[in-house]
Write a new protein. Structure first.
Length: 425
């Protein structure tokens, strides 16, 4: 049954850093869908391009042009189209994007693509998570809770961008989230005891001045124990190095020193031996394929690509065969449309990679990423700390989905982890 698009309208809304972003509403003959798009701070060079105004207003970050691309070009082209045919909608969006010299912008495209998906789900009387699923999804992802922020997400001098806790040793998502949130509170108490700042970074994790990443990881172990949990067994650790941000002239700026790819590999070996680290994201820069290859087979953790693969099916295939990754980040706004992001998810599954649905550092309170995580059956979700509205919106949405699935719900837990060794076994 076709679901006819009757109108599309976009508007500017603010993201969690007070910077404009695009929200779109798609109306059909029987439903309506709205979606807003996030943005990155440590964005990858190979991501789909946003359109920003580049004028005096909003430090050049305005979205008047992107909003007008939706309200004029896209609204005109998609009027009367079938919202239930997401593939055709997204193909048309791509075509329009290519036809315009400076592009329509991934921010304009994704807002319309996801608002269409929402409208089609509503027309089908399905929640989004079930609408996008192939079967009847029952699995809830492991929340990768980013509780200490550094790198481009804070001003505290830590080189590594994200220090995450992963509550893997629990039977239900809600129990895992509770353990994670209790650990976050215990971390707060430790910071207060030590007289350190409890101010937070872009994703809601604390951002104290620490003596480097070993100090940060020690702090997380203490917080897990203080909250009454067993490090490693119940709550494991993960890092997003976001190494593209540290890469200068062939070396990596790390805590005031410049490290070669090999020196960095040795440091990762040390870290994975010393701490219950189970996942390591972007250990090398987005174009340093040599660095990625040098790490192959040397750490027992899940090795995750983000800037390297940018939610692109082709780059994921290349990285899976050449770079020795075992997991991949899925951020729909890196791709541009829902269909491309879904293709990236499919390729990740074909390649036997762990899939991690992810928010961005600049978010809105929209929580479609949680629905995609469940509908796509990703093992993990990254949505920041269990604090601040735009982050907890995602976790709260997962609590609601868990309740909706009811007694059939399963929590992926530690089974979601994929090591490079396991991938090749
Ligand atoms: P970003 O950070 O949204 O600023 O790109 C998130 C990440 O690197 O995973
Ligand atoms: Zn990342």
């Amino acid at each position: 049954m076709s679901v006819k698009i009757t109108g599309i309208i976009a508007r500017m809304v603010l993201d969690s850093r007070g910077i404009p972003t695009v929200e779109a509403t798609v109306r059909t003959d029987r439903s309506e869908g709205t979606a807003s798009v996030p943005a990155g701070t440590s964005s990858g060079a190979h991501e789909a391009r946003e359109v920003r105004d580049g004028d005096r207003r909003w430090n050049g970050q305005g979205v008047r042009k992107a909003v007008s691309h939706v309200n004029v070009e896209i609204a005109r082209a998609l009027r009367g189209a079938d919202a239930a045919d997401q593939g055709a909608i997204d193909a048309r969006l791509q075509e329009l994007d290519r036809a315009k010299r400076s592009g329509l912008g991934a921010n304009a495209l994704l807002a319309v693509s996801l608002a269409t998906l929402q409208a089609a789900a509503e027309a089908a009387k399905e929640p989004l998570w079930r609408y996008v699923a192939e079967g009847e999804p029952r699995g809830l992802p492991v929340p990768m809770l980013n509780v200490l922020n550094g790198g481009a997400h804070a001003d505290n001098g830590l080189s590594i961008q994200e220090f995450m806790i992963l509550p893997i040793g629990f039977d239900a998502f809600s129990e895992a989230l509770r353990a994670g949130a209790e650990t976050y509170r215990a971390l707060y108490d430790i910071l207060v005891d030590r007289g350190l700042s409890t101010g937070v970074g872009l994703e809601g994790g604390f951002a104290p001045e620490l003596d480097g990443h070993h100090d940060a990881l020690d702090l997380l172990l203490q917080a897990i124990e203080r909250a009454g949990y067993r490090p490693g067994e119940q709550i494991a650790l993960a890092l997003d190095v976001a190494a593209s941000e540290l890469y200068r002239g062939g070396g990596y700026r790390f805590d005031g020193h410049t490290l070669s790819a090999e020196q960095l590999a040795i440091e990762y070996e040390t870290l994975t031996q010393r701490y219950p680290l189970v996942s390591l994201e972007d250990p090398y820069a987005e174009d340093d394929w040599g660095g990625w290859k040098a790490l192959k087979g040397r750490v027992a953790t899940q090795v995750v690509a983000d800037d390297l693969t940018v939610t692109d099916a082709k780059r994921i295939t290349k990285a899976a065969t050449e770079a020795g990754i075992s997991g991949v980040i899925l951020k729909p706004n890196q791709a541009g449309t829902y269909t491309e992001a879904a293709a990236a998810r499919r390729v990740a599954a074909e390649q036997g990679l762990a899939a991690i649905a992810s928010h961005r550092s600049r978010e809105t309170t929209d929580a479609w990423i949680s629905d995609l995580a469940v509908g796509w059956e990703t093992g993990f979700i990254k949505a920041g700390a269990p604090a601040r509205g735009e982050r907890v919106a995602k976790y709260n949405r997962l609590l609601a989905i868990e309740r909706a699935i009811g007694s059939q719900a399963v929590y992926h837990g530690r089974n979601a982890l994929v090591t490079t060794e396991a991938r090749h076994a």
